[in-house]
Design a protein around this ligand. Structure first.
Ligand SMILES: Nc1ncnc2c1ncn2[C@@H]1O[C@H](COP(=O)(O)OP(=O)(O)OP(=O)(O)O)[C@@H](O)[C@H]1O
Ligand code: SF4
Ligand SMILES: [Mg+2]
Length: 441
């Protein structure tokens, strides 16, 4: 067990997680045959192509199947009393029933303010945490239900790039050891091919391959993050969780690292869950974006919809702070929406809609009934009783009929609420906000 540097929790380490020293990472001996043939094909990866081609934004395939399906995922951390007998006196509802899909080879951006549960979501998917509830289907297996031993082979497929390149690399190990350890732990290649493979990976991420014997403190922040990316790529994963991979970096090199990730995504066909608090960064990387608030997804959709037609008051407020985004609903002007007050505690979140304590449109129903994450367009879902374009939020709740409640949120006798509304992915039909009828292709 180790102490998580970011979250204070005691967590089970992954084989190649942040604390490599406790995960079986071994120093590569200098006796390795570093002159081995570099041209040996490594799996089906075209390293040379990655190293050479330019930066072109990845296209989204709207019909790509999901590589990961997350359904009603929950993570509650117990809050313990102080004193000799430490009783559980509450729960931090860090992630509370979120559902989404990550398409094969695609990328989903996860954004939201500090403390909304983004990192916890990433750590659940990589099984650094065991969820309190819900499922995470990956290649026919539910990652949420697997034991650590059963997870071991799957850790190759689900890897993480950590936020802080200064603490996520073991300072006592050389780059060769850090990047090469997963190969040895998982017995991927014969021992004498480890160093050649490490050198190839360093080249892919834009580092001098001959620097494999240097230590992390000999590299800049951006270079260290490249080392972290090389480590995450070592096992040719199918999903990469990138937890704020550039936020600790100087602005001038953030774009370089984002471009590198884009190249890698396209060439390696790896799916990304790209976590950020900055909507501007996600915009350049992710065709699909989910907005989180206090443990819930409040809006999710394709990039064009989220940036041009956000329907949730929280997304609209977040976007109003992005310098180059103009709100279509207010004549293309950019109006700064100030969010009043602090984010409430996830130990005792507000009833109904969690955003209601800071929402200028909140009404009685918002305190009584939680709005479902309702599909309102082909690739657009929103969780708001008064969902609408900025400047055109409806006066009456749009959700009453499907929830079987009146405008105040009280149950209507005899009304039948619709079946479960918040599911992962998108249906072919959706709920039209104007007609309050099912629409679709
Ligand atoms: N191990 C833990 N034990 C108790 N509470 C935790 C633990 N990890 C996270 N939390 C709490 O869960 C909530 C979500 O935390 P998380 O780190 O996922 O947020 P985040 O969205 O990644 O924030 P940031 O943008 O600051 O990184 C926070 O209130 C946090 O304090
Ligand atoms: S449900 Fe109510 S409180 Fe929540 S975002 Fe919508 S209007 Fe605001
Ligand atoms: Mg975080």
């Amino acid at each position: 067990m180790t102490q998580d540097p970011n979250t204070r929790a005691e967590v089970e380490p992954t084989e190649i997680g942040a604390n490599a020293a406790e995960t079986g990472e071994r120093r590569l001996e200098d006796t390795h045959d570093v002159t081995a043939d570099h041209e040996v094909p490594i799996g089906d990866l075209d390293f040379a192509a990655v190293a050479e081609h330019g930066h072109v934004a990845a296209e989204r395939d709207p019909d790509a199947p999901a590589v990961l399906t997350v359904d009603n995922l929950k993570m509650y951390f117990p809050v313990k009393s102080s004193g000799l007998v430490r009783r559980t006196i509450g729960q931090v509802q860090a992630v509370d029933g979120i559902s989404f899909e990550v398409p094969k080879g695609g990328s989903l951006g996860l954004v939201g303010e500090s403390g909304c549960g983004k990192s916890t979501t990433g750590r659940l998917i990589t099984r650094l945490y065991t969820p309190t509830g819900g499922s995470m289907m990956f290649e026919g297996q539910d990652l949420a239900k697997l034991s650590n031993r059963e997870m071991k082979p799957l850790r190759r497929d689900v890897q993480m790039i950590f936020q802080d390149p200064y603490t996520s690399l073991n300072p006592r190990h050389t780059v060769g050891t850090i990047v090469g350890a997963p190969l040895e732990v998982h017995n991927i290649v014969p021992k004498k091919q480890v160093i050649p493979r490490v050198k190839e990976l360093l080249e892919v991420v834009g580092l001098n391959p001959e620097h494999y014997n240097r230590y992390p403190n000999e590299f800049s922040g951006g270079q260290r993050q490249r080392i972290g990316i090389a480590r995450a790529l070592t096992l040719n994963p199918k999903i990469l969780v990138a937890d704020e991979p550039v936020s600790a970096l100087d602005v001038s090199i953030q774009a370089q690292v984002v471009n590198l990730l884009q190249d890698i995504q396209r060439e390696f066909d790896v799916a990304f869950l790209f976590i950020a608090h900055d909507l501007a960064i996600v915009r350049h990387f992710c065709p699909e974006i989910a907005v989180m608030y206090l443990g819930k997804i409040v809006e999710i959709g394709d990039r064009e919809t989220i940036y041009s037609h956000p329907h949730h008051p929280y997304t609209q407020a977040l976007l109003s702070a992005v310098p180059d985004v103009k709100q279509a609903a207010v004549g293309g002007r950019r109006e700064r929406i100030r969010l009043e007050g602090d984010v409430p505690s996830p130990i005792n979140p507000p009833s109904g809609c969690r955003f209601r304590t800071r929402c200028q449109f909140a009404q009685e129903i918002c305190a009584k009934v939680e709005p479902p994450l309702l599909q309102i367009g082909k690739r657009h879902k929103v969780a708001c009783h008064f969902a609408g374009e900025l400047g055109a939020h409806p006066a009456t709740p749009v959700t009453t009929e499907i929830l079987g409640v009146d405008d105040q949120g009280s149950a209507v006798p005899g009304a039948t609420p619709a079946a479960r509304l918040s599911i992962p992915g998108y249906e072919k039909t959706w709920y039209d906000l104007d007609t309050k009828q099912t629409a679709g292709a």
